[in-house]
Design a binder for this molecule. Sequence first.
Ligand code: FES
Length: 102
Amino acid sequence: MESLVARVYFKTDDVTHEVEDGTPLIDFCDEVDVSLSFGCTEGTCGVCEVTVVEGRDNVSRITDEEKDYLLPEDLEEGMRLGCQVKVRKGEVTLRWKKVKAK
Ligand code: FES
């Protein structure tokens, strides 16, 4: 049997990618070649800010680092730190502010 896959739609770049359930976002962003950038990878720089447009229940819980860095109203709107997010299941749509030209 194949393991379960989640589908991630990178709205900003119009790219869809399928990953095994439970995969950290940062693990496959390079592979997918999307313009979402990472810096510290520890939840302290904010470079990887991303908004979960759809499928908020399909990603991992908000970490303490994200609670420290992001404002409650941003969290409310689905904003996350990409380096802290794992894709759990199903379909997830992400968008972010483009900083790096592709
Ligand atoms: S890469 Fe720095 S907060 Fe995510």
